[in-house]
Write a protein that binds this ligand. Structure first.
Ligand SMILES: *Cc1c(COP(=O)(O)O)cnc(C)c1O
Length: 407
């Protein structure tokens, strides 16, 4: 028997996986667009997009074709060589953004790790070793490597992993006074998510991002936007900074960049990127031909005026749907927040702490939903979501909440 034919179930996870996750009882086996089927053949409408990853839906034909074609051509050459797909991707992504240069890697954490190392190196060479402090926001999330998790603003994720890297400080998100008081000449980088994802789906105010920009200009610190979750079309702009009209020095992108194929990018300017000279940083798989081919196809598909206009239209439809839910279920739901197709419903006081329970109940009804902390239901469907699918989600949410209120 081939190993892929042995019987595996959700129980197998508990037997042989390191228990870093507590996954659902159902195991998805197949997907198409926003539809998913589990091992039992049960059907789900997917409003998670694999945590804002499958922005073009499951099994997108153009991505299957691109990956399949490249699989017959060239998989890997190593960093002693460059390759055509990565050069095409770098050209396209720098043309589409503020950036002049790209560094490719495999995950959001790795892109942020590169950004923080770049900021340290840049400050070290331009100003000297004293300029080393990194400022980040409370409730932020930047990944799980020791450096990125320490920069992240959620202490529960660093507990037990001490000693942590030094010279990192946290300020309250969206607090301009705190930013001005904290960002001084010893700061090498300020990192912020334009829309906090894991922290509860909270958009930055435009004036806040502009204030961070001004503080960085004054002190010579680099402004880093972590767009790992809110990038690649999610807000109705290719990158959220474009909607805000505030340009960072460094931008990190991952999650949806490969629609599920692992690929990430750190984008920056010539002047800053040039300090990472040969052998100062790297990664074996970063920018391999398979990943680069998929990412280029994703970028070409999403970065058109028509596609992004439809995302904004769908976002309006979904926002209205969620606001009507809040209106009709005020005992359970408090208010809607977010940006584009990254939206959250904050639970009402009586239901705080029960987001996971509600998302599991929705799943039982056939709707896959995310949470963002214990108090927020997160809606992040693929960007190709139709109005009919939003209405279907509406019906499933109502059935879930009706059951919740009577059950
Ligand atoms: C998911 C996420 C990361 C980490 O990305 P990984 O690919 O899991 O390493 C970093 N920043 C933000 C904003 C994220 O949402």
């Amino acid at each position: 028997m081939n190993s892929h034919e042995t019987n595996v179930t959700r129980q197998t996870f508990d037997n042989v996986m390191v228990p870093t996750y507590a996954p659902s009882d159902m195991v998805p086996v197949r997907g198409s667009g926003l539809e998913v089927w589990d091992q039992a053949g049960k059907h789900y409408l997917d409003f998670t997009a694999g945590i804002a990853v499958t922005n073009l839906g499951h099994a997108h034909p153009a991505l299957i074709a691109a990956l399949g074609d490249q699989a017959h051509i060239l998989w890997h050459v190593g960093n002693g060589y460059t390759n055509e797909p990565v050069l095409r991707l770098a050209q396209a992504i720098t043309e589409a953004t503020f950036a002049d240069r790209a560094f490719f890697c495999n995950s959001g954490a790795e892109a942020n790790e590169a950004a923080f190392k770049l900021a340290r190196k840049y400050a070290h060479t331009q100003f000297g070793p004293h300029k080393s402090r990194i400022i980040s926001c409370t409730h932020s999330f930047h990944g799980r490597t020791l450096f990125t998790v320490s920069v992240g603003g959620q202490p529960k994720y660093t507990e037990g992993f001490e000693p942590l890297p030094p010279e990192i400080a946290h300020i309250p998100f969206n607090d301009i006074d705190a930013a001005r008081a904290t960002i001084d000449d010893d700061v090498c980088a300020v990192v912020v998510e334009p829309v906090q994802g894991e922290g509860g789906v909270i958009p930055a105010r435009r004036e806040y991002l502009q204030a961070l920009r001004d503080c960085c200009d004054k002190t010579g610190a680099l402004l880093i936007f972590d767009e790992v979750q809110c990038g690649v079309g999610r807000t109705g702009f290719l990158y959220a900074y474009m909607g805000y009209g505030v340009t960072p020095d460094v931008l990190t992108s991952a999650k949806a960049l490969g629609n599920g194929y692992p690929v990430a990018a750190m984008l920056t300017t010539h002047a800053i990127g040039n300090v990472l000279t040969p052998a100062t940083h790297g990664t074996t798989f970063g920018g391999n031909p398979l990943a680069a081919t998929v990412a280029l196809k994703v970028l070409e598909t999403i970065n058109t005026p028509q596609f992004l206009a439809r995302v904004q239209q769908a976002a309006t439809v979904l926002t209205t749907m969620l606001e009507n839910l809040v209106r009709d279920y005020p005992q359970v739901l408090s208010h809607v927040r977010g940006s584009g197709l990254l939206l959250g419903i904050v639970l009402a006081p009586a239901y705080l702490g029960r987001a996971k329970e509600i998302s599991r109940a929705a799943e039982a009804q056939g709707l896959m939903l995310l949470i963002a902390g214990p108090d927020v239901l997160r809606f992040a469907p693929a960007l190709i979501v139709s109005d009919a699918q939003i209405e279907e989600a509406n019906q499933l949410c109502r059935r879930t909440l009706d059951g919740f209120l009577t059950g």
